[in-house]
Design a protein around this ligand. Sequence first.
Ligand SMILES: Cc1cc2nc3c(=O)[nH]c(=O)nc-3n(C[C@H](O)[C@H](O)[C@H](O)COP(=O)(O)OP(=O)(O)OC[C@H]3O[C@@H](n4cnc5c(N)ncnc54)[C@H](O)[C@@H]3O)c2cc1C
Length: 309
Amino acid sequence: MKRNHYDAFIVGGGPAGCSCGLWLKHLGLRPLIIEKRDRLGGLQNDSPYPNVWILGKNYLNGKAFAREVSKQIKNENITVSLGSEISSVKYLEQEKMFQAEFKKKGKPIAVTASFLVLATGVVPRTGPFNPSSTVLIGPGITIENTNFRGKTVAILGGGDNAFENYQFIKRKKPKSITIFARHVRAQIPFIQEIGKGDLKVGEYSVNVAEQQVNGKRFDYLVVMYGWQGVNTLEPWFALNTENHFVVTDSLRRTSVERIYAIGEVTQASHPCCVTAMADGIVAAKDIQRRIDETRIPLEVKKKIPAPFK
Ligand SMILES: Cc1cc2nc3c(=O)[nH]c(=O)nc-3n(C[C@H](O)[C@H](O)[C@H](O)COP(=O)(O)OP(=O)(O)OC[C@H]3O[C@@H](n4cnc5c(N)ncnc54)[C@H](O)[C@@H]3O)c2cc1C
């Protein structure tokens, strides 16, 4: 096998991409993970909060979990390229492989791969807002690092993030904090924690330039409008998408042959680390099966008992 050929080229080194890489490695295959940030672990790098949702790892916060992911991938000697983004990719029909180029520190690197795995996750929806020091978009580090003491805060959005961040911000003792939600979709326990008069449900109007909601100015606007998938392959492949998320089947295959999509970029299952990592496993197993089909001789295949085929 040529040095620059990989069984799978994984774009995105969050929980989904790293899990896929780990499983491929242990299934005897050669993955390459490229990640645009300078570290692995994806969105968990942006979470200073305890991650109590991972069985057996409930003592870690998001950042610590990301560090563990990074350490494990490194210890497994899986090929990773940080600070890297695809600059071109095409499918070579005859060879049945992808030819891709990505840049690492400005230097172009060319590789080929039998399969492509999109694991690029999500970014917070911005609505009509531009992020600034007083307009904060999405949850995580920025919220945690902002001093809300004595300030007036409007949270826009009606999902779990809006309600959960109400709690985080409230602990920082703002002068007032109000959630404006057109519809409430948050979990009941989160809703029960909201102080009297702090939740306004129904249509609201925003004056972006004046930082006003319903005519009242706030020191901070906190925008929690949910997430949208990052489809990095859009310039090169017409993957089926729905509402900015990539559509896949149950094996995480996309509408384009040999391209998989896993984790939050698909919104296929409840978005969290565990489902993202599970997606990575599903894709890795399917890739292994397809590669094995081409390399196991027919006479050996005939001897394999049916449940293991
Ligand atoms: C503040 C916060 C708290 C959270 N708390 C929890 C929690 O307690 N428990 C839990 O289970 N989940 C939590 N989550 C959600 C969890 O982090 C995500 O579900 C999970 O990270 C999704 O994994 P992913 O790999 O699909 O996507 P991501 O983690 O988003 O990873 C995608 C990766 O792809 C990279 N990428 C994007 N575009 C490109 C490109 N063009 N080229 C190369 N790389 C690219 C990104 O930089 C990123 O590293 C939290 C999220 C946030 C923001």
